[in-house]
Design a binder for this molecule. Sequence first.
Ligand code: PRT
Ligand code: ZN
Length: 283
Amino acid sequence: MKTLKIAIQKSGRLNEKSVEILKNCGLSFENYKSSLITSVTNFPLEILFLRDDDIPEYVQDGIADLGIVGENVITEAGAEVTYLQKLGFGKCTLKIAIPNESQITEIAQLGGKAIATSYPVILEKYLKDNHVNADIRTISGSVEIGPGLGLSDAICDIVSTGGTLKSNGLKPFAEVMKSEAVLIGKEGSGLLPEVQELLQRIRSVLRAKETKYVVLNVARKDLEKIVNLLPGVKSPTVVPLFDEDWVAVHSVIAEHDFWEKINSLKAAGAEGIVVMPIEKIIS
Ligand code: PRT
Ligand code: ZN
């Protein structure tokens, strides 16, 4: 078997969740914070710990077969890599923001204005697509202080809660791109059997996260109503209870409409509802 290399962020916002998803895939390794590389003991995989900015190129050039990094960083680097799987964490939006008191109301009004950003490539394309000719000022960090210092009229930066913009007297103005952490591979690497195996494990962990395991009791007379509300993976499991008029129903329900579903189950006669997390769903 080929030993794969996967590059993940060494420290920062994506490190912990990247390590967590690999561990949830059943991979055993020491998370050596001080070293650049660690070996997985029960899968042909080595983990490289890098600055996130370096990950797209490492993967593009084949130094790593796989990587976990934000879409914003991949697009900015212009790296030619294959997107294998969105991972559902590190979600954020690259936005243009302007001072609260700014009179700008339309994108066209950014023409001739200075915009500070650490994402000049993405911003340039966005402005070009919107036929705006602005002055892009590239700075490597603390972009949000640009307008306060008189360095720029607007900024283009990552926003998640919006707290940073607010505390710097800025308001979001336009959405440039949405981003989340993704698993990327060198072109063609998705076909390797070891990558397929890892992808299957990652997908089963992600699917499990979106669902909960539910056990409930219901009177037989109400069973059909309950079954119609519960698709399960195939269909719900129904187990007889000591009281012959009652059964226990086991099923899987989606996280996104969890409370709506629980409320309709209760209304349809469900009692003693127990909800449990699922570790993996393998199909
Ligand atoms: O050291 P290294 O180069 O590896 O890390 P880094 O400092 O460049 O990146 P890091 O760890 O800050 O972020 C890694 C990735 O997390 C980014 O590339 C994004 O894909 C993603 N991400 C998710 C974020 C945020 N949320 C985020 N909120 N990256 C940065 N921020 C910053 C943003 O720049 C701004 O300063 O947080 C501030 C805004 O946050 P709110 O919550 O106040 O809106
Ligand atoms: Zn970085």
